[in-house]
Design a protein around this ligand. Structure first.
Ligand code: PEP
Length: 248
């Protein structure tokens, strides 16, 4: 069975001391245990150099939280995918709902960023998901299909991207989609991907679930068909909780 990916999105949280402690805690657990899941952390950009320094040569992967679509240039405050790669990252989040909302990112922007990530040798974790209003009006699958179609770059293959289904209403709210809701959307995305790619995807493209995942609901959510891992926000900030989500 394919290994699950448990990715932690620290958002705009952390400090030098916090990163040392959290990463140190994860590394010592990874050294002492064999796990059926792979772990990745996505710290804020300013902490990436420190974190990749600590994780170099270890089983803990690192991702950025965003990248620019261009390789360099006059883009104050932005980070290129090349620089993330140079720093030692393996992943980058693209299209997180907080970027889509706070920075007005469209799926076309997300596609361009994801394409830049693949070209730089990173795996973009492309986030998609419906708002509460869209779910209530019965548009979840329509929205998800449109976001998948418009956000997936042309270079995407079944192994160089990861998708994360994150219902916006479940992010940071404590509300979690039911296993049936998650199964419906993940099975739907799997069907879309099987039709999208020429080659058989064999379920290889990972589809993570994200939205208030915590130790108490992780086993149930990660047991749903076509859930290949979790994107974890709040609970990734406590080493015991993050570890417990991936190791059950
Ligand atoms: C996220 O930030 O992607 C997320 C899912 O957050 P939380 O787990 O806190 O809902």
């Amino acid at each position: 069975m394919a290994r699950k990916l448990i990715a932690g999105n620290w958002k705009m949280n952390g400090s030098l001391a916090f990163a040392s402690e959290l990463v140190g805690g994860l590394l010592s657990r990874l050294e002492q245990n064999s796990t059926a899941a792979d772990f990745a952390v996505c710290p804020p950009a300013a902490l990436l150099g420190q974190v990749t320094g600590l994780t170099k040569g270890t089983a803990l992967a690192v991702g950025g939280q965003d990248c620019h679509a261009n390789t360099s240039g006059a883009h104050t405050g932005d980070t290129s995918a090349e620089l993330l790669k140079d720093l030692g990252c393996q992943y980058v989040l693209t299209g997180h709902s907080e970027r889509r909302t706070d920075h007005g990112e469209s799926s076309a922007d997300v596609k361009a960023k994801s394409s830049a990530a693949i070209k730089a040798g990173l795996i973009p974790i492309i986030c998609i998901g419906e708002t509460e209003g869209q779910r209530v009006s019965g548009d979840t699958l329509k929205v998800v299909e449109q976001q998948v179609r418009e956000s997936l770059p042309d270079e995407a293959t079944s192994v160089n991207v990861v998708l994360a289904y994150e219902p916006v209403w479940a992010i940071g709210t404590g509300k979690t989609a039911t296993p049936d809701d998650v199964a419906e959307v993940h099975n739907f995305i799997r069907g879309l991907l099987d039709r999208h790619f020429d080659e058989a995807t064999d379920g290889k493209l990972k589809i993570l679930y994200g939205g208030s995942v915590k130790p108490s609901n992780a086993a149930e959510l990660l047991g749903v068909s076509n859930v290949d891992g979790a994107l974890v926000g709040g609970a990734s900030l406590k080493v015991e909780d993050f570890w417990a989500i991936g190791v059950r």
